[in-house]
Write a protein that binds this ligand. Sequence first.
Ligand SMILES: Nc1ncnc2c1ncn2[C@@H]1O[C@H](COP(=O)(O)OP(=O)(O)OP(=O)(O)O)[C@@H](O)[C@H]1O
Ligand SMILES: [Mg+2]
Length: 255
Amino acid sequence: MSRRKQVYEGKAKVLFEGPEPGTLVQYFKDDASAFNNRKRGVITGKGVLNNRISEFLMLRLAEIGIPTHFVRRLNMREQLVRQVEIIPIEVVVRNVVAGSLARNLGIAEGTPLQRSIVEYYYKNDALGDPLVSEEHITAFGWATTHDLDEIMQMSLRTNDFLSGLFLGIGLKLVDFKLEFGRLYNHNDEMRLVLADEISPDNCRLWDIKTNEKMDKDRFRQDLGRVEEAYQEVARRLGILPEGGPGDVKAPSTVQ
Ligand SMILES: Nc1ncnc2c1ncn2[C@@H]1O[C@H](COP(=O)(O)OP(=O)(O)OP(=O)(O)O)[C@@H](O)[C@H]1O
Ligand SMILES: [Mg+2]
């Protein structure tokens, strides 16, 4: 690990310089945080599972033509990605009312939405990632209207695709968060790509039959069996690490 220069340490991941210019290594930690870092903990094995789950979902999205930062998985906890200029916006797509939408508007959690809702939050921990509109985003130059058109299209396509994929394994995609980044080629042409991660850390997934929560809400709400929920999502996707659940337990043996 010390071979590489650390670029950034976030709440759930560490970024290292990659082997070639323009690449980064994303290291997935077991650390969990919620409520703008006011609640913290560890979900044992989460990093290993999120690394796999995000790899799997990014690859499936690339197959349907959604460009992503993902290059390849390197080991149990690390993946190689293309370094991008992160657009400082978190894009949240919702299919069912939950979380802050339920809280802020007083609508019962679980209420299905007639149409998916796309929301933007300004990525700024000090401000608590406030909700912003397209007007704010363009006025302050975080993205252009053209960028936002593309972001909206990619987000809705991702939603349709992932909703179907999860439905196939008995999970309802209630909502999820995406991050996008700018990627430049040799001719300095810019392309927007999906970045960060897609995992039960930033998706709400409910069991179709029981409505049981299978995501980070188990940690947020102290529902217990958090590790098991992440494992169950990976198991249903058919990507539990080779040695089975035992393989995800001890970070020291897997690096
Ligand atoms: N391809 C990429 N190139 C550059 N930065 C990336 C890329 N993918 C993700 N990131 C950034 O790397 C960081 C990942 O770390 P982590 O998810 O732990 O951050 P975080 O604690 O959630 O903090 P933040 O508020 O910055 O998202 C995020 O800041 C994310 O925006
Ligand atoms: Mg993050």
